[in-house]
Design a protein around this ligand. Structure first.
Ligand code: UT7
Length: 329
């Protein structure tokens, strides 16, 4: 801890951005039919809860979506970009191999000097990034952070693979996290198990001036489903215990938005009524690291999540990674 260290951190503003191009399940059915691949609105809704997703236009990158979400979060917090002293972007679909999306966001916000870096933990990326920002603020390395989840998963989808391409979408969500004398973030916990790296991955890479291997997303959906169901309630309970709270204290559960069945299963195991579950997967699809801050901002702007509410955020995904953050909003 140094002189600037602060006992607590709080979210002071949220923002989000969805690209305007919305594809309904009917649009996906037509798109895949043109390739001779069959799917249906019924299958997608029944197995996942997804009804639509948004795809970024050609030339629009993760940092572009991130900046729009960040500006909204700054406005909500009543802050200017030059008051921010840390930028973290959670993404697996950064604009380029390097520099980081966070550095591009910093430049697009018209500021310079503060640390800016990406966190790559796939769909758990936002809870990872929030936990890193919280730690840096509480040790005095920063006092006011922009924490963003931003993805353009449409760029890494295999539109010949119906088992994955109907699931994902693009978007960004952001929060401003500030040093505070009163508690906001109460506890968090992060995990990874790299033995399961192969069940959700983009195995390709860039080398020798070429793309080597397959640069498109591969997923063993059932394996991911089973692991996700097994870890989400246990990590939530562990974080509650660390914070000295119980399931009954949770006002809102905001899990990673991948599949309504996983989300409802987690809420049930935590004995939470379904009306405490924030659901955006129906309209957003799975936006990986962007899904939690998108859902949080949607819940804040619709008036459901109010100041003082206790919120559980939970991420799970490629790596295999998972984690949770409990906070008083
Ligand atoms: O973001 C990171 C975390 N990711 C997740 O949490 C994803 C976790 N996994 C899942 O959500 C589910 O496993 C999926 C939604 C991916 C798949 O649902 P499922 O109930 O596990 O389906 P399945 O893979 O067992 O497939 C059932 C059937 C298969 O046909 P057969 O072999 O039974 O004849 C598939 O070929 O559904 C078929 N199928 C489809 N049919 C129509 C798979 N995709 C489609 C499709 N349209 N798009």
């Amino acid at each position: 801890m140094n002189d600037k260290a602060s006992p607590y951190t709080r979210i002071t503003g949220t923002g989000s951005h969805l690209p305007p191009r919305r594809l309904s399940n009917a649009d996906m059915v037509s798109m895949l039919a043109a390739r001779g691949i069959e799917t249906s609105d019924e299958w997608i809704v029944e197995r996942t809860g997804i009804r639509a997703r948004h795809f970024a236009a050609d030339g629009v990158n993760a940092s572009d979506l991130a900046v729009l979400a960040a500006r909204q979060a700054l406005d909500a917090a009543g802050r200017r970009a030059d008051e921010i002293d840390l930028i973290i972007v959670a993404t697996s679909t950064a604009d380029m191999v390097f520099p980081s999306a966070a550095c591009l966001v910093q430049a697009k916000l018209g500021v310079h000097g503060c640390p800016a870096f990406d966190v790559q933990a796939v769909c758990s990326g936002f809870v990872y990034a929030l936990t890193v920002a919280d730690s840096m603020i509480r040790t005095g390395a920063a006092s006011r952070a922009l924490v963003i989840g931003a993805e353009v998963f449409s760029r890494i989808l295999d539109f010949n693979d119906r088992t994955t391409c109907v699931l994902f979408g693009d978007g960004a969500g952001a929060v401003v996290l500030e040093a505070s004398d009163t508690p906001g973030l109460l506890a968090s916990e992060l995990h990874a198990d790299g033995r399961h790296a192969g069940i959700l991955c983009v195995p390709g890479t860039v080398a020798g001036g070429q793309v080597l291997g397959d640069p498109l997303l591969k997923m063993d959906g059932q394996a991911v489903f089973k692991l996700a169901v097994g870890v989400l309630d246990s990590v939530a309970r562990s974080v509650l215990a660390k914070a000295g709270r119980s399931e009954a204290d949770i006002d809102w559960l905001i899990p990673h938005q991948a599949n309504i069945r996983i989300m409802q299963g987690t809420a049930k195991k935590l004995k939470l009524p379904m009306d405490k579950l924030i659901v955006t997967v129906d309209e957003h699809g799975n936006t990986s690291a962007a899904s939690i801050p998108l859902a949080l901002d949607s819940a804040v702007r619709s008036g459901r999540v109010q100041r003082g509410d206790t919120v559980m955020l939970e991420g799970v995904g490629g790596g295999f990674t998972w984690g949770a953050v409990l906070l008083d909003f």
